[in-house]
Design a protein around this ligand. Sequence first.
Ligand code: NAP
Length: 323
Amino acid sequence: MASLNQVLTFLGVVVSIKCILDLVSFISLYCRPSRLHQFLHGSEPYALITGASDGIGKAIAKELYSRGFNVILHGRNEQKLQAVEAEFRKGGSKAVKLWVADATSPEVDFDKAIKQWKDLHITLVIHNVGSARPKSGRYVATYIPKRPHPHVLCDRLDSISEKELMDDIYRNSLFPFFFTRAILPKLRQASGPAEMLYIGSLAGERPMPHLTPYGATKSFLKQFSGSIGLDERSGIPSNVSTVYVNVGSVVSNSHKIEANLFSPSSEIYAKSLVDKIGCGRKVLVPYLPHALQFWPTNVIPEWMLDRFVKQAMEEEMKLWKKD
Ligand SMILES: NC(=O)c1ccc[n+]([C@@H]2O[C@H](COP(=O)([O-])OP(=O)(O)OC[C@H]3O[C@@H](n4cnc5c(N)ncnc54)[C@H](OP(=O)(O)O)[C@@H]3O)[C@@H](O)[C@H]2O)c1
């Protein structure tokens, strides 16, 4: 019979090994050279980026373009996309193609879109389109009876119209869902590895006030990315892998704040993300300061975390209101 001392020693060894392995895995992610080249195969490899007319999507597209990919830029505003195309062409000679489709629309014809790329060798898809940003009018003062301050700024589920909720669900979840379904057979035809990245958010990891629909749509994406990845590896494994990207605060068109270490510009963020493409993780926090920022969320007590999150969101709401 093992003594209490032996049991505690055994547990100590197991926990220490786990901590050392986690640390090694953590450090290796941020120190290892990029493996992006795995996806640069075939004579003319293409990367397709949704929501690429601005913000993080545009920055990722630009980074991939500068590293040798031809790109397909998706957006809803053709003129804005054409301006991005012109900007890219000044800095390189690879092909730039455009795909205009409103991600909130259930009418998007994915099969038709894919037919037009039948001769293109697509090896990377970045499912980036998404937004937490309310449309004007959503963050109006809401009257809550019997409260000391009757007019409280809030964004409760019942203060958002059904139409707007459906738009959020389509853009953030269903558009990538149906697009994945349509493009998978094409990716499987690639002559080497192909990968799809799903741009998520910390809001999809844990509950956050004022972001109920957004957080739920990003959780959907995380579950979906993981399951699709497993599907592709079961039976006869395919060449397609998936990665869910957990994003923290990044300066972008819909998040206009002053850049700092924990809120990098879209360009700095995109560089760190593109460097990690091909790293083999199923869930990824590509930007090191975000990883350091997220780490305590796994260890501090729930009540304390809720308090921090609430405070942080109140600050964020003030910024949104100012805009
Ligand atoms: N920025 C952050 O702090 C942050 C944090 C966590 C997660 N994220 C995630 O990162 C991704 C990119 O966000 P971002 O901050 O870069 O946003 P952004 O600056 O607003 O850019 C969003 C891009 O998506 C396009 N888009 C928006 N709605 C669309 C629609 N209905 N149909 C087609 N295209 C549409 C926009 O087109 P237009 O140019 O026409 O507007 C733009 O190209 C999102 O998935 C977001 O949830 C961002």
